[in-house]
Every structure is written in C-alpha cells, then in structure tokens.
Design a protein around this ligand. Structure first.
Ligand code: SF4
Length: 348
C-alpha cells in the first residue's frame, strides 16, 4: 500500500520538529519544507545539502529548502493584517507560507499540510480566531493539520479520512514549553534551537531599518527594491549621505567580505589598500546621481567615513588614500576622517 504523504511547514524550531515527528510516527511520509527569505534563514542557501543533512541527522526529518524571497518582498509591501510589535507581519506571513506550501502539494503528491502552531502560544498569530483566519485565507481549512493542538481544534481531512489517528494527536495550548520539551525527550531530541530569534522582521533594531526602507522616498523606491538591497540593509553601519546616496560600511572582516560579495555592477566599492579599515559600498552609484559632481561629493564623504572608521594612529585616523571601483574604473581619493558630529546625522 502506498504511504499517505504530507507536507510540513518547517521553521526549524521545536514545535515544527515535533509536529512533523508526531505525524511521521503515524506512518505518514512527511516532507518538511523550509522557506527562506532575506529576513530569515537566507544563509541556508549557501549550503542546502548541508542543511538537509543536519535536519536528517538531528531530527530524522526529510527536509527541502525553498527560496521565497521575491514573493515575500512583495507581500511585505502591504500585509492585510498589519504588523506586530516590530515590522513583523506574522499573520500574513503564515497565510503566505501555508498558501505557498499548498501550491506544492500536487507536485509532491501530498494529501495534507502540517504546521507546528500551538493554540494560544503567541498573542497575535496563534489565537484561535487567528488560526482560523490563517486556514481560511490560505484556503486550507480542511487540509491543514496542527498536530500539537489538533485535539482542541475541529477535525481536518487527515483525521476524517483516517490518514492519522486523532487520538494520537495532541492538545497543547498556551505559552508553556514543558509539554513540548517532554515530548522532545520521548523522541530523543535534545538539541533544538531556542524559541526566540531568527527573523529580522521581529528584531527591534533591524526591523526599524527595514521599515524605513519600505517607505517610499528612501534611497530606493519600494517598487525597485531587490533581494540584494535587503541583504545589504542588514550588513554593517548604514548611512544616508547628504547627496541622497545609500552607503554601508563593514564593521569587521566578516562584514567587509559580505559587502564585497554582495556588490553589484553600478555599486561603488571603497576601501584603503595601504592600511586596515572598512570596506564601503555606495549602492547604485552609477545610476542614482543626477550628475558626476553630485556623485563625486558623496564619494568623497564616503571616503572620509572609510578613513574615520579605519585604523587610528595616536588616537586619530590619519589622512589616507581611499580607492574606489566603479563601472570598471579605479580611482583614488586622498582625504582625512570626517567628524562624528557631522556624520552622526547621516546614520540610518
Ligand atoms: S516572526 Fe517572522 S517568520 Fe515568524 S511568522 Fe512572524 S514574520 Fe513570519
């Protein structure tokens, strides 16, 4: 007899691990889909096979990774249910992910969907009425099983068809974690991520940056925004220069490497070849400015910031040569550090 298949929305947190395992324990073949976007888990794309192996080894779960960046950026422009405490559109995010998973079902031969939601665990997105909204708006009411709190919800197709035994599903509710931790122990799972973190949209500082970015009138029109813009927004120190240019500066070696790797054609990349200091990236330098003079002014300010955050000698960064590369050319600006009293106002 062929096994019934299901698709589980896998955040990688304990609840989604357990929800997947609870259904697997009933003989259902479950694929766990891990969605990634610039706001969460994007680094997985660097090593998808490594991630899948890790999930298999640690939790015995078969995972797949799907990049939803482009569609997610679009959704974030106008989430119907608004935002949480920060720039986190949790209800729309869940509706979006369940809908996206639903689209994948036919291809994977899956008969139903699974999430690790627990009734009453989060104030906004896991209240009973919100769970109902998520099922309704994703048009998944009958096919969305929440194994961890299924006994507190109306039966779904999976129970009605006998693909899973409702009696073996759970009745978890509320914010406590002890039931989940006890269940994890039963499955021999001890190494799992802590509940907080992972999504920059829920981070008080980074989400503010992202929110600004989504306001039209900022350096990039929200309709022109790309995945790379969001990734750049999350790196290093950020400045909006007087000429309107958007500049980011590495704070350490890791940021510098990241900026260099994210630079695209049309971006100016600045740095000092003779002494240690930050890499800076002036986004869309080639096309953003009305004329070469405007560009030159912002490049000089950018260079003075590179010097400011470079190595100090006798407590002060010395004048230095800053090179920049733009549109296949390499130029040098000799300049001293800018005063903090001036540049502070440009910080994002
Ligand atoms: S915290 Fe982030 S990933 Fe999680 S539901 Fe909210 S917006 Fe989506």
């Amino acid at each position: 007899m062929t096994k019934v298949k299901a698709l589980s929305l896998f955040s990688g947190g304990l609840d989604s691990i357990l929800a997947t395992r609870v259904v697997m324990a009933q003989g259902v073949e479950v694929t766990a889909v891990k969605f990634v976007s610039p706001f969460f888990n994007y680094d997985i794309l660097d090593d998808i096979e490594g991630y899948k192996e890790q999930v298999r080894d640690k939790y015995g779960i078969n995972a797949m990774v799907v990049d939803i960046s482009e569609e997610y950026l679009e959704m974030l422009r106008q989430p119907a249910y608004g935002f949480g405490k920060n720039f986190n559109p949790c209800v729309d995010c869940k509706i979006f992910m369940v809908s996206r998973a639903k689209q994948m079902m036919a291809e994977l031969g899956a008969s139903f969907l699974i999430t690790g939601e627990v009734l009453g665990q989060r104030p906004m997105s896991q209240r009973r009425d919100t769970l109902n909204v998520i099922s309704r708006d994703s048009e998944s009411r009958s096919i969305l099983l929440r194994p961890l709190c299924a006994k507190l919800m109306a039966p779904t197709l999976a129970e009605e068809e006998g693909w899973v035994d409702r009696e073996k599903l759970l009745n978890f509710s509320g914010r406590g974690r002890s039931s989940q931790i006890a269940l994890a122990k039963d499955y021999g799972i001890t190494d799992f991520p802590s509940p907080a973190g992972g999504c920059t949209l829920a981070d008080p500082i980074l989400s503010r940056r992202i929110k600004n970015f989504y306001n039209d009138g900022f350096v990039v029109k929200s309709s022109d925004m790309t995945v790379t813009d969001i990734l750049l927004l999350l790196v290093g120190r950020q400045f909006l220069l007087p000429g309107g240019g958007w500049l980011m500066l590495g704070r350490d070696e890791k940021d510098n490497t990241r900026l260099s790797s994210l630079a695209e054609e049309g971006d100016a990349v600045l740095g000092m070849e003779q002494q240690p200091g930050p890499i800076a990236l002036l986004r869309r330098a080639d096309t953003f400015y009305a004329g070469p003079e405007d560009l030159q002014k912002d490049l000089e300010l950018a260079a003075s910031l590179v010097v400011r955050y470079g190595k100090k000698i006798k407590g002060k960064p010395p004048e230095a040569d800053v090179t920049y590369r733009l549109a296949g050319k390499k130029e040098t600006i000799t300049i001293g550090p800018i005063a903090d009293e001036i540049s502070r106002a440009w910080m994002l």
